[in-house]
Ligand binder design. Structure first.
Ligand code: AVJ
Length: 322
């Protein structure tokens, strides 16, 4: 045991703590923020390419086909300099469509993608280097709010991008406090482009979280494999299943992991054995789907107001300008 303790790096101390707490609660839960280790990030890239996962294409469609509308809503003058800050930029493929038009139209701005993953930042730098070889960008590695706080002192107007329906992983109350915090780091007149997946029929939403190739299953169950790898546990993922659901009325997709049998799993680094009853579940993710009313609700007392909304052709996805 002593050896295990010593090998737990600083990075996964929080992970260890959260796993211990989450698997001791009723119902059991694990945070979706832990999906994205190296394997999970690779699986998510694959998810984004799936035909069922319409979100990525829908938002790409908005950035590809309506960049001038986006720019118009941002109310920026061609003569003044501004900062375009992206929170969790992924591979940057949507944003690059906006950058191309900003370049072509001679806007003056600095692009600052923020991510905790150096790999993601390297990928964006590559994409920009290939598609806009003359554009220098300023990647920032670290925590969103820490970096926003550092940038707060700059005298330039800001546009913050938070795309991909990443906000959807937050319960409404959390989304509200996230936006409050974000708004506190901005000044009057600054803008936010918030990507949200819209409420729609179950027949469209559910397959996005239950694809036919089983990539989303692997993505969800990778949480258990991550616990095996990082906390010296013994989950047999064949004894668990991926359980997605979508409540059309509520507008929230939920993912759970369900035990197929009664079983006890030792997690050695935590000095903990977790018992599962047959069919017992672990809550792993919510993906909130929005409409104007819910958007309004999460903007309450944030000092933010909606000044525009752009949708893809099928009206599956919306980028709200706040
Ligand atoms: C990255 C949070 C937008 O909720 O749709 C994809 C993550 N989970 N498939 C989403 C996810 C399962 C995704 N977000």
């Amino acid at each position: 045991m002593a050896i295990h303790r010593n090998t737990i790096s600083k990075m996964n101390k929080q992970f260890a703590k959260d796993v211990k707490l989450g698997l001791s609660e009723t119902p059991k839960n694990l945070s979706s923020k832990y999906f994205y280790d190296e394997k999970g990030s690779t699986l998510f890239s694959e998810i984004m390419k799936l035909p069922e996962y319409y979100l990525t294409n829908a938002e790409f469609d908005i950035f590809k086909n309506q960049p001038l509308d986006i720019i118009q809503l941002l109310e920026i003058h061609k003569t003044s300099y501004f900062e375009l800050i992206e929170l969790g930029a992924g591979d940057g493929s949507k944003t690059i469509e906006l950058l191309k038009v900003l370049e072509h139209e001679n806007y003056h701005y600095q692009y600052l993608p923020i991510d905790i993953s150096q790999k993601a930042l390297d990928q964006i730098e590559n994409t920009v280097a290939q598609q806009l070889p003359n554009k220098k960008i300023t990647p920032k590695k670290g925590d969103y709010f820490q970096i926003l706080n550092e940038l707060k002192n700059s005298p330039f107007p800001k546009v913050v991008l938070f795309l991909g329906s990443n906000i959807g992983n937050m319960e409404d109350a959390l989304a509200n406090s996230f936006l409050k915090k974000l708004s506190k780091n901005l000044s009057k007149g600054d803008k936010i482009i918030l990507g949200t997946d819209l409420k729609k029929e179950k027949d469209i939403v559910l397959p996005a979280y239950n694809d036919s190739k089983g990539i989303t299953r692997d993505f969800n169950l990778n949480l258990l494999e991550r616990i095996n790898r990082e906390l010296d546990a013994n989950f047999d993922i064949n004894q668990f299943e991926h359980v997605p659901e979508y409540d059309e009325l509520e507008g929230i997709a939920k993912s759970r992991i369900r035990s197929k049998i009664d079983q006890k799993i030792p997690i050695n680094s935590l000095n903990l054995t977790v018992s599962f009853k047959e069919k017992e579940t672990i809550h792993t993710e919510i993906s909130r789907k929005y409409d104007d009313v819910i958007l309004e609700k999460i903007c309450t007392n944030t000092g933010l107001k909606t000044i525009g909304k752009l949708m893809d052709k099928r009206e599956y996805f919306a980028d709200y300008i706040l």
